[in-house]
Design a protein around this ligand. Structure first.
Ligand SMILES: CSC[C@@H](O)[C@@H](O)C(=O)COP(=O)(O)O
Length: 375
């Protein structure tokens, strides 16, 4: 994506000269300070990567996957021993439980690394992590093109602009580039379509209000931020032509686990006859899980509910408490939208009815997407 005049991905390796020999570190955009500050930070160890994922300096399912892959590369640079790699894998797997891309990437790295001699593991690890990052970009570009065809069909015979509602941030910041749910929007905008996005603020961390709004603004796409509860009202008044969301995990039955509040949007969309699309890259499909109730839902710190962070009038970052001291709070970070509420799933292989998502298995490389995995 272009920021100013410069092309950026959300994560990339950098050479770090260390005396005689060369080592790598990993650069990321710190998403905890956006949209108020553009800050690039570098990570030198797998432990720093675990911390960046946990604190959500990097976030969004596909980006978490790529970050975990680079985390494994950092680990192999520290020590290529199987013991160290296993320990690093366990630490990464525990950092955020819901986005299945993390497990997919860690298991892929382990399968790649454990079959090569220790002396070659580091080199293989950086190459495989780069490969995962490059693949993510290609996948999202393809999702953009398939989603564009859907939007073009919706626009036929419709006067005025096409209004898309999205929840959370499933744009380029949530991936290595392009985004999942927003890739069709960028493709439509770049193709000259008159497209506008309703951006759910997405409490409690406000990824919509802070990140989605920021990246749409960078690209020049018209958008309007609305509070989380406005979507149903907008749909009742014919102001939403479709909903597009991302996913942190999809079951092969087509159930979509995504940011908390997605389910309510799907219910409102079904009640109002508004198409509800989920943009799902293949690494986000969990081939092992039969029942969506088995998806681990991350419970985050309740302070995210009690305390809101932002920029004060003096320009400094600040945080304020919005709840009475002593209040109980709960903070489940994701919910599941049942397949019956999903109109279509946009993947890099095309659009699928939720009940046909498992057809993708015939198209994918079983070495990269094994149906039964082992750690
Ligand atoms: C393209 S990413 C899809 C999802 O990861 C996104 O919608 C989302 O829920 C992100 O959650 P986050 O908690 O910010 O990592």
């Amino acid at each position: 994506m272009n920021i100013g005049q410069q092309l950026f991905r959300t994560i990339w390796p950098l050479v770090r000269e260390k005396g005689e020999h060369t080592a790598y570190c990993v650069a990321i955009i710190d998403q905890t300070v956006l949209p108020h500050e553009w800050r690039i930070i570098t990570l030198d160890s797998v432990e720093q990567m675990v911390d960046a994922i946990r604190r959500m300096q990097v976030r969004g399912a596909p980006l978490i996957g790529a970050a975990a892959a680079y985390g494994m590369a950092l680990a192999s640079q520290e020590s290529p021993s199987e013991q160290h790699l296993q320990a690093a894998a366990s630490r990464l797997l525990a950092s955020r439980p819901t986005a299945v891309n993390l497990r997919w990437a860690v298991e892929r790295m382990m399968r790649t690394l454990l079959v090569v001699p220790e002396a070659q593991r580091c080199e293989y690890a950086w190459r495989e992590a780069d490969c995962i990052a490059d693949e993510d970009v290609r996948i999202n570009q393809a999702i953009g093109q398939h989603g564009l065809a859907l939007l073009q069909r919706l626009a036929v015979g419709k006067p005025g602009r096409l209004n898309v509602l999205t929840h959370c941030n499933a744009g380029w910041l949530a991936t290595v580039d392009w985004g999942t749910a927003l890739a069709p929007v960028y493709a439509a905008f770049d193709a000259g379509m008159d497209v506008h996005v309703w951006v759910d603020e997405t409490r409690p961390r406000n990824q919509g209000a802070s990140l989605t709004a920021w990246e749409l603004q960078q690209h020049g796409v018209p958008y309007t931020i609305v509070c989380d509860n406005a979507g149903g009202h907008l749909m009742q008044h014919g102001k939403v032509d479709c909903v597009i969301v991302g996913a942190d995990r999809a079951t092969c039955a087509g159930d979509i686990c995504n940011k908390i509040g997605t389910y309510l949007k799907a219910l409102a969309a079904a009640d109002n006859g508004v198409p509800f699309y989920a943009a799902v890259p293949t690494p986000t499909i969990d081939w092992q899980i039969a029942d969506a109730k088995d998806i681990p839902i991350e419970e985050r710190d309740v302070d995210e509910v009690h305390i809101v962070a932002g920029r004060a009038e003096n320009g400094c970052m600040t945080s304020v408490r919005v709840t009475p001291e002593g209040s109980a709070a709960a903070n489940p970070a994701f919910d599941v939208t049942p397949a019956r509420l999903v109109t279509s799933i946009i993947t890099e292989h095309g659009c699928y009815a939720p009940g046909r998502l498992s057809d993708i298995l015939q198209l994918v490389d079983p070495a990269i997407h094994p149906v039964t995995m082992q750690t």
